[in-house]
Ligand binder design. Structure first.
Ligand code: PLP
Length: 361
């Protein structure tokens, strides 16, 4: 079986097998990893290793803090403005449904400036650098690297300068983090829900540059949402989602064994190229996104004859190709090709699509 779910997504088989093997007895402790104290030496060692591996994989500079939080990326839609927009307005780029959610949440808390939007074009591409309009009071520039639902991905890192100063760039990387190389030093903050490329649901990764922590207001932020609390307590102010944290650590080790992000990114590029080629070389399937902004992780595609949708889903499921149904707002199909999706899964999907077209086209 191959699981094309957009999230929670497929995990590397080797990781699940290792977790299964040590599920009842973690490191000879006679207890499961989910039964031991997060403040004990065994869990602390696991947490430290996970951070060290993540830093190595992503090349995270020393002046960035790494936090393992709960609440999902959706909580960061609020935490970012609460912590980082005391002195100005968030400038947010609108490239799809997830950006819109970030905008709506920030608006509950503060004034917001939308720096650009491709909504009028039905989100068929991301805004371009020279289309961005930055406000003089910009606290930061927020964008969504990969729109998981629309299948739209930035092919550049947006930048902004106001009054001779770089405006910190904040990125929701939920569905693209660690899928390709990214220069962390270009960002003020990166955040991502784990349940796509990193691990199971329940953990949210926040990577934030030291100097930005000083921007938080003295009062008014709930303790659990205050980055300073989480930095001070190594993300253990309260009981963290320990089992999810452990699994993230196993995924990082798996990524290192694959050769790190460059090696994984190369496979990801190949997977995406194969699927888009299959879509583009047929009149039966189509993808509406402009070439340069097509997502390498989430590939929506539409059948020319939509009355065949139910059949496509039933037959693909029977062939072991799972969870290909598109998001309800877009319709059609969507194949998510996260890091743990082997290239053979894409080959199987492409073969199925060709056979389905032969039978029904
Ligand atoms: N941002 C993006 C790009 C997403 O794809 C998702 C979830 O799919 C979210 C935010 C919300 O993440 P969470 O469910 O962790 O709150």
């Amino acid at each position: 079986h191959y699981n094309f779910s957009p999230g929670p997504a497929t995990l590397p088989e080797a990781v699940l097998e290792q977790a299964q093997e040590e599920l009842l007895d973690f490191h000879g402790l006679g207890a499961s990893v989910m039964e031991i104290s997060h403040r004990g030496p065994d869990f602390m060692a696991l947490a430290e290793q996970a951070e060290a591996d993540l830093r190595e994989l992503m090349g995270i500079p020393d002046n960035y803090r790494v936090l393992f939080l709960s609440g999902g990326a959706s909580t960061q839609f609020a935490s970012a403005p609460l912590n980082l927009a005391a002195q100005g307005r968030p400038n947010i780029i609108d490239s799809g449904i997830w950006s819109s959610k970030a905008i709506d949440e920030a608006k509950r808390l503060t004034g917001v400036h939308v720096a650009a939007s491709t909504k009028d074009g039905n989100y068929a591409r991301a805004p371009l650098q020279d289309e961005l309009v930055i406000s003089d009071d910009a606290a930061y520039l927020h964008y969504t690297d990969n729109e998981t639902i629309g299948g739209v991905q930035f092919d550049y890192i947006p930048q902004a300068i106001i009054g001779g100063q770089d405006v910190p760039v904040i990125c929701d990387m939920s569905s693209s983090i660690m899928g390709r190389e990214m220069d962390v030093s270009k960002f003020g903050m990166i955040y991502a829900g784990a349940q796509k490329n990193i691990g199971p649901a329940g953990i949210t990764l926040v990577i934030v540059r030291d100097d930005l922590l000083a921007r938080a207001p003295k009062a008014g932020i709930p303790t659990m949402l205050d980055y300073r609390t989480m930095v001070k307590t190594d993300s253990m102010y309260n009981t963290p989602p320990t089992f999810a944290w452990y699994l993230c650590g196993l995924v990082f080790q798996w990524m290192k064994r694959q050769g790190g992000i460059p090696a994984i990114a190369e496979i990801n590029q190949r997977k995406a190229a194969k699927l888009y080629a299959a879509i583009d070389n047929s009149d039966f399937y189509s993808n509406p996104v402009e070439l340069r902004h097509r997502s390498i992780t989430n590939v929506p595609f539409i059948l020319a004859d939509e009355s065949l949708n139910a059949r496509f889903l039933a037959e693909s499921k029977a062939a072991g190709l799972l969870n290909l149904k598109g998001h309800r707002s877009v319709g059609g199909m969507r194949a998510s090709l996260y890091n743990a999706m082997p290239e053979a899964g894409v080959d199987a999907l492409v073969d199925f699509m060709k056979a389905f077209e032969r039978d029904h086209g």
